[in-house]
Design a protein around this ligand. Structure first.
Ligand SMILES: [Zn+2]
Length: 86
């Protein structure tokens, strides 16, 4: 199975449990359940706010990564995702 990444926060979605759910109960394969729920985004945030929210998580899970490096990576990665591309 192809590795999917949330098109809002960039988190890898390893199994169906991670996928967001639409208002009608169907899965939304573009977003994770933390970003999108019942047909709407869970938080109305800017891309910068998303970076701020994700950096501590990335640093925690990648001990060799500095905060500056995580911020740089997110700054390059997030603009390519569906939610932020418009
Ligand atoms: Zn997400």
């Amino acid at each position: 199975m192809e590795q999917k990444f949330c098109q809002s926060c960039g988190m890898p979605m390893e199994d169906a449990e991670m996928y967001a759910v639409e208002a009608d109960g169907s899965k939304n394969m573009d977003y994770c359940k933390y970003c999108y729920e019942n047909g709407t985004f869970t938080a109305d945030m800017s891309m910068q706010e998303m970076i701020d929210a994700c950096v501590p998580y990335m640093v925690e899970h990648n001990p060799e990564m500095t905060e500056a490096k995580a911020r740089e990576m997110m700054g390059q990665y997030l603009p390519a995702l569906k939610r932020w591309r418009s």
